[in-house]
Design a protein around this ligand. Sequence first.
Ligand code: ROI
Length: 167
Amino acid sequence: MASVYIGLGGNLDCPKSHISQGLIELNHLPNTKYIICSSFYQSKPMGPQDQPDYINAVAKIITMLTPENLLLCLQQIEKNHQRIKTRHWGERTLDLDILLYEDIQLKTVRLTIPHPRMHERGFVMYPLEEIAPHLIIPSMGHIRELIPHCIYTDITKLDETPYPISA
Ligand code: ROI
């Protein structure tokens, strides 16, 4: 089984429920088990500012799916949430990104792991640090050392977590 960290985010139609529901769908993927999720974090949009604030979280799963197959599954979950591409860096109901897959480094046309811009994004790095404070990110370094260099840091940790997943 591979340990994988997934970034979840959204800013339309009650994003907290989309994220909570997304976790349940992750847990239902073949040969995949949900392990833990961070609290919710709220942040200003990176990209056009005339859109609602984002809610983000990071989850850890374990899976036997390959990175490519996992990506296809995540795209299907996004579709289940009526995710429609409106404009570049525009609003969305649910966005799911593979951040890390074990300590694999991979670059194909469809997929780059580790996620190439994760280290800049406070809305990824803060929730990731919450659930993996000792993580070392391949080719980037220790999470604690990367966080002070984040660019997008206008982020608030909410006193709420996604609703729990029962076994
Ligand atoms: N901005 C924030 N704050 N959070 C996101 O998850 C997010 N996702 C995106 C873009 C549009 C780049 N901006 C974001 O895909």
